[in-house]
Design a protein around this ligand. Structure first.
Ligand SMILES: OC[C@H]1O[C@H](O[C@H]2O[C@H](CO)[C@@H](O)[C@H](O)[C@H]2O)[C@H](O)[C@@H](O)[C@@H]1O
Length: 641
């Protein structure tokens, strides 16, 4: 099954991928970080799946999410009638659950359900027993219960269910993760009230989606992206995973297969800014608490990524799954956790800054103490080479984007220190900020190409330079920014999309080529808009939207030769950049400032205007997303001192 043939359902603890054929082929249970119990995505039926579809395979299928929800509606049309399957995961249930409801729309349709649980990443066959409500499957620490009004039959180590649905009839399946907890694992408890669970899930999602402050073009795609990002948040801690999958290949058949079920400070801060920009503040508070806990006490040991509960040890190893279309290895864990990626400091400080700017109630001395310690630590680090935003495995370099983001770190820390009275060596920080700026502009810029390059002493380009104007390092109209945009268009674009760098030329320490990087392509949209090429920006944006599947989801990359999505799916990075580009295209600054302040605080417009004025006075103008800004930060000069 193609990656784009999957849709996502989730409950804020984990998420599953449902194929167009009615088969759930990926689910790590009970959390994003758990081992998969449906892993057909990375292997075969032997590795676990749960299919629910008409027995006659000659059906036509149409899918969509119910508007502003994560409830998936799949309609199968057959020669004898049509049925709808609703797939969702209740958000508030005590145990993580998948509910599948088959509704007869017309005629009579014979359906077949096949449930093959394979715990421990598609390997462990459970012990299955009948219960009053359905069945129970147990394997080691895992225990799952199925409740259904359909007949069940054990067949070849799978649970099958054949039934006919007539117009107006419905059949429910509720699969609940119980885990092994002694006596309670043996008691099924009360049956789940499906209608109640559906109503509540629907209400929670629509209420959340309605808060979205974005009013510009392609609103539905923006809301869908925000819902997708929300689904990647692990609710118990506020952590945000980069994607719910591991090892979907960046090149079909290749080895660039990584586990994304972790919280990169980079990806999570970008997500957070997009959510803040769109009016979602609770998520920002939760994230700030998650950050406090994760980097707790020792900013010197700050990692670039953590587990969903703040775990630090994310050892990378390979499992024996065959891999998506035989793209091996399948990796669990991620060795990039041990890398030095200096941009992370800029991203964290930037998120700190905007969180502080938009959450008036977040003026906590504990936050500022943490900020100060992080920046003091960066003072000892910023001159080092690192592995950079792309997490290269070919050895450290002095990457341009890393240096730019260390500038951002000092810049935002200075701005906060200027507004909040807490003791900081702000004079020293200003000097460092200026030194970094000068160094980037001399050592990372190649006058012969009129472009910023990837790192010191190279002529290779890197699309992360598209963030230079977005973070305010230089204004968009600066000739060096204009030169960089046109160099990237000339040398890093293929098939109308942007490569993050040309890995045939740059040594990133990995074999194989890879797809075009969707986030970079959206960053180009934002840049084109900022430099006044509105029509080019709009066209590119609309072409990018066409790459999303019919449920609005994007993976990390796109293979322009095979015309397929590649890489982990759905990928937060791509959706963040989509929302950011939409904000830029909508020129949403004015509109959003009015809308978000008034709508999301429930304040009357007059109060909102006053608030806006206060923010402006504080020099805190909420940024256009990705959520990165085009707020023109002047080049540091002696005037500022
Ligand atoms: O390409 C090599 C690296 O690829 C992954 O990193 C990418 O995904 C991260 C999560 O979205 C993102 O933060 C990073 O910028 C991307 O390069 C992988 O996780 C790395 O282990 C791998 O080295």
């Amino acid at each position: 099954m193609l990656i784009e043939e999957y849709a996502l359902i989730g409950d804020g603890r984990t998420a599953a991928l449902v194929g167009r054929d009615g088969s759930i082929d990926w689910l790590c249970w009970p959390t994003f970080a758990s081992a998969a119990c449906f892993a057909k995505l990375l292997g075969s039926e032997q590795n676990g799946f749960w299919k629910l579809a008409p027995t006659n395979p000659k059906w036509k299928v149409a899918r969509r999410y119910q508007p502003h929800t994560l409830i998936l509606e799949t309609c199968f049309e057959t020669s004898t009638g049509s049925v709808q399957v609703l797939d969702y995961m209740p958000v508030r249930s005590a145990h993580s659950q998948i509910i599948r409801t088959v509704k007869g729309l017309s005629g009579r349709v014979k359906m077949l359900g096949v449930l093959a649980l394979r715990f421990d990443n598609g390997s462990a066959v459970p012990w299955v027993t009948r219960t009053k409500l359905g069945m129970r499957a147990v394997a080691g620490p895992d225990a799952v219960e199925l409740q259904t009004n359909a007949p069940l039959e054990g067949k070849s180590l799978r649970t099958a269910s054949e039934f006919i649905v007539g117009q107006g009839e419905s059949v429910d399946f509720v699969l609940t993760y119980k885990g092994f907890d002694g006596y309670r694992a043996r008691s099924s408890g009360a049956p789940v009230h499906v209608q109640k669970a559906y109503d509540e899930t629907r209400r929670l999602w629509t209420t959340w989606a309605e808060k979205c402050a974005y009013d510009g073009p392609h609103r539905e795609m923006v809301v869908r992206s925000l819902i997708t990002l929300k689904a990647l948040i692990y609710r118990p801690t506020g952590a945000i995973v980069a994607a719910p999958t591991t090892s979907l290949p960046e090149a079909m058949g290749g080895t660039r297969n990584w586990d994304y079920r972790y919280c990169w400070l980079r990806d999570t801060t970008f997500t957070l800014l997009v959510l803040i920009n769109s009016g979602y503040k609770q998520e920002a508070r939760d994230w700030m608490d998650w950050l406090q806990r994760s980097v707790a006490g020792s900013p010197e040991q700050i990692q670039i990524m953590y587990g969903i509960s703040g775990e630090r040890t994310l050892l990378e190893y390979e499992v024996s799954l065959p891999g998506y279309e035989n793209s091996a290895p399948v990796r669990i864990g991620n060795a990039a956790a041990q890398q030095l990626q200096l941009d992370t400091y800029g991203e964290v400080l930037d998120a700190f800054f905007w969180t502080y700017a938009s959450l008036g109630d977040r003026n906590r001395s504990r936050d500022f103490r943490l900020l100060r310690r992080i920046v003091e630590h960066l003072e000892t680090l910023w001159e080092q080479a690192d592995e950079g935003i792309w997490e290269v495995r070919g050895g450290p370099q002095h990457f341009t984007y890393s240096k730019v983001m260390t500038w951002v770190a000092f810049d935002r820390a200075i701005k906060i220190a200027e507004k909040v009275s807490f003791e900081t060596p702000v004079k020293r920080w200003r000097q460092i900020r200026d030194t970094i700026h000068a160094e980037v502009c001399t050592r990372e810029f190649d006058p012969s190409q009129n472009s910023f390059v990837q790192h010191y002493e190279t002529k290779q380009l890197d699309a992360s330079a598209l963030l230079i104007a977005l973070v305010g390092f230089l204004p968009p109209q600066d000739p060096r920014v204009l030169g960089t945009i046109s160099a990237i268009e000339g040398k890093l674009m293929e098939g109308g999309l942007v490569m993050r760098y040309d890995n045939r030329e740059s040594n990133d320490g990995l074999p194989d080529e890879e797809g075009k990087f969707l986030a970079c392509s959206f960053w180009l949209v934002s840049n084109l808009k900022l430099i006044g090429r509105d029509e080019d920006a709009r066209k590119l944006f609309e072409n990018l939207l066409k790459l999303a599947n019919e449920t609005g989801l994007l993976s990390e990359e796109y293979d322009t030769a095979r015309k397929r999505l590649v890489g982990n799916f759905p990928q937060a990075f791509s959706h963040i950049a989509l929302v950011g580009a939409a904000y830029h295209l909508a020129d949403a600054g004015k509109q959003r400032q009015q809308a978000s302040v008034a709508r999301n605080t429930g304040l009357k417009p007059s109060t909102a205007v006053r608030l806006k004025g206060r923010r402006k006075a504080a020099g805190l103008v909420l940024r256009e997303a990705q959520g990165l800004s085009n707020t023109a930060h002047p080049e540091p000069s002696s005037k500022e001192e």
